[in-house]
Write a protein that binds this ligand. Structure first.
Ligand code: BES
Ligand code: MN
Ligand code: MN
Length: 461
């Protein structure tokens, strides 16, 4: 494997330049204005996949953004690894909080990444992590070390709920047949603390509208006599959590799988420094459900958060007005075995039930997704663990993540295959935030580790 490392060393500059090219395209799936650039990104991914050594590459149209499919079949008798990733990115705003332009990638050093980090929207989530797999293929092909068949499925709608991926997967079961799915779209604990993600939370996402009077009113003439929908919405939202930060929606916790004392003790062994955590976020204290640690609160427990709230007058100066409407977007992160559709229903019924007669309430569901737990006694997990141990010199720890990749549960349902979440990002890489970045150490470490995965998986699948 010295050969692979030497190949990476020789070509590392080009590997970085190619990723920068990918990052210059604003493939923002949430914004239809970027449709053309998103299509262009799919084309570039397919070109780069071909150049890396995939011998069959297709851009598969869907009712939305296309899916880039690629494969390199070595021998049908060998196991097949399916790599999933996404080429779409989150919108970059708020733009004024970026130190450099979101679509003009530049390398800068940070405290956590002293050897440099690449700053751009999508650097970590997920272009940088997806592209590690493309470059790992090149490394294996060029050093004659590809030990498995490999398939790539790179989508362009992950950040907006993967609506067309389910459609694609159910229509292409044979094409996508594989022994394991390998994904780098999560993180690890630290550059000297490798970890493998063994769980993802599910998601239920709703938008609510509270309507009071049929028009905006003078807050002096009507104030005090009619319901102010913004006041009412704030009260309703506040009531969704009790003073122990338990969610008050009846039935919300019914299907939640509680971890055993042993499992919780095992989890508590993962390194975590609460003081550093608070300092990194400038927090006086942490906050959350009583009876659970910070690590538990953001992984094995469900949550309810307002993601945005608006209504009334927010311009310059003061306008005395009672708005007709108030709005909020609310997400609930779910854990095994909560069902997103059931939770959305429970939320809707409850939210309408608690509304006073003085207002009307509308609830609109957005995309959701199932939680996922990945087994640690699977050949794919063992291969990932050995691969990371080989490249980091340290055995990775299993960690359940708080994020969501809704399509992972669907892969298991449709294809009957487990996903291994071997991510190389850090929580501090600011994904979805201004100044997203990806450590160069992490990028190259990923490219080095992935071929080890193939080797160990081929040997033991
Ligand atoms: N890559 C993330 C999910 C992630 C990040 C999981 C870090 C674990 C660790 C993914 O692109 C994402 O942002 N997912 C969304 C859900 C989706 C339906 C928009 C999320 O988690 O908010
Ligand atoms: Mn992602
Ligand atoms: Mn994301």
């Amino acid at each position: 494997m010295k050969e692979q490392k030497a190949y990476i060393e020789t070509h590392k500059e080009r590997f970085l330049e190619e990723l920068k090219e990918l990052l210059r395209l604003p493939s923002i799936s949430a914004d239809s204005q970027y449709k053309a650039q998103t299509m262009e990104t799919a084309q570039l991914v397919s070109k780069l996949l071909k150049e890396a050594g995939a011998n069959k590459v297709e851009i598969c149209p869907t009712p939305g953004n296309p899916i880039v499919y690629g494969e390199r079949m070595v021998d049908p008798a060998l196991p097949t690894v399916l790599v999933y990733g996404h080429y779409d990115v989150q919108p970059p705003d708020p733009l004024d909080l970026w130190t450099t332009e979101p679509f003009d990638p530049v390398v800068r050093n940070t405290d956590i990444h002293p050897e440099g980090a690449l700053f751009a929207r999508g650097a970590c989530d997920d272009k940088g992590q997806m592209y590690m797999h493309v470059k790992a293929l090149e490394v294996m092909v060029q050093t004659n070390t590809l030990a498995c068949n490999v398939k790539f499925m790179i989508e362009g709608e992950e950040e907006v709920g993967s609506e067309n991926l389910g459609w694609f997967v159910s229509r292409n079961q044979e094409k996508l047949a594989c022994d394991v799915i390998l994904i780098s779209d999560t993180g690890m604990l630290g550059n000297d603390t490798p970890s493998i993600t063994t769980g993802l939370r599910g998601l239920s996402y709703v938008e609510v509208k509270v309507t009071g009077p049929n028009r905006d009113l003078h807050s002096g003439l009507y104030g005090g006599a009619v319901a102010n929908p913004i006041n009412i919405l704030a009260e309703m939202i506040a009531s969704l959590m009790d003073n122990k930060n338990h969610i008050t929606i009846p039935g919300f916790y019914d299907d939640v799988v509680e971890l055993s004392a042993e499992e919780r003790a095992e989890m508590a062994k993962a390194p975590f420094d609460l003081e550093k955590y608070k300092a990194a976020l400038d927090l006086g204290d942490v906050h959350g459900e009583e009876g659970y640690s910070t690590m538990e609160r953001n992984s094995i427990r469900p949550t309810l958060d307002v993601n945005g709230i608006w209504g009334g007058y927010t311009g310059e100066g003061a306008k005395t007005v009672i708005a007709s409407e108030a709005h909020a977007k609310i997400s609930m992160r779910l854990v095994p075995n909560q069902d997103p559709e059931k939770i959305t229903r429970l939320f809707t019924d409850h939210f309408k039930h608690i509304a006073p007669d003085s207002v009307k309430v509308d609830v609109t569901p957005h995309h959701g997704g199932d939680p996922y737990v990945s087994p640690t006694d699977h050949p794919g997990y063992r291969a990932a663990s050995k691969a990371m141990e080989e490249s980091f010199g340290k055995k990775p720890v299993p960690v359940r993540s708080g994020g969501s990749i809704p399509i992972v549960a669907l892969f298991e349902r449709e294809l009957g295959v487990k996903s291994i979440l071997m991510g190389f990002g850090l929580d501090s890489d600011a994904i979805h935030s201004p100044n997203e970045h990806f450590g160069l150490f992490n990028y190259y470490k990923g490219i080095e580790t992935i071929p080890h995965f193939y080797k160990h998986f081929a040997a033991n699948a």
